[in-house]
Design a protein around this ligand. Structure first.
Ligand SMILES: [Fe+2]
Length: 127
């Protein structure tokens, strides 16, 4: 799946509930099957599947504080905070994947970031 897999599973097993961990694992399996069907990179799809909810263990308050501490772009996130703070877990997930789990692949990071709200012209991996 990824050379970092032990670190990723270690992080997820600490920061996610067993239910969300199982969900992420199942999404990784399904993403791999879909990648085969749509002829995209299976390892990227599985990596995105296992990582997409890596910040879902954070409470709304933790997510809001996470972005307040970063300042950059906080105005953008305020609209999401008003609507549904928990949607921030995809944006926090991208940052955690990059900074804590050392994921460098932009396709995987974009798929994590956009899995709650989507965006225009999503890649097949993001979908
Ligand atoms: Fe999610």
């Amino acid at each position: 799946m990824n050379r970092n897999i032990e670190k990723i599973f270690g992080y997820l097993s600490i920061h996610l509930s067993p239910k969300i961990f199982k969900h992420s694992y199942n999404v990784a399996v399904l993403a791999g099957e879909l990648a085969l069907r749509y002829s995209i990179d299976i390892l990227k799809a599985r990596s995105d599947g296992i990582l997409h909810d890596c910040a879902k263990g954070m409470t709304d308050k933790e997510l809001i504080n996470f972005f307040k501490r970063r300042h950059k772009g906080f105005k953008y996130y305020q609209a999401i905070i008003r609507f549904s703070p928990h949607l921030l877990h995809s944006f926090a997930g991208e940052i955690i994947a990059k900074e804590n789990l050392k994921i460098k692949d932009c396709d995987i990071l974009n798929a994590i970031k956009n899995h709650t709200q989507g965006r225009e012209n999503m890649s097949v991996l993001e979908k």
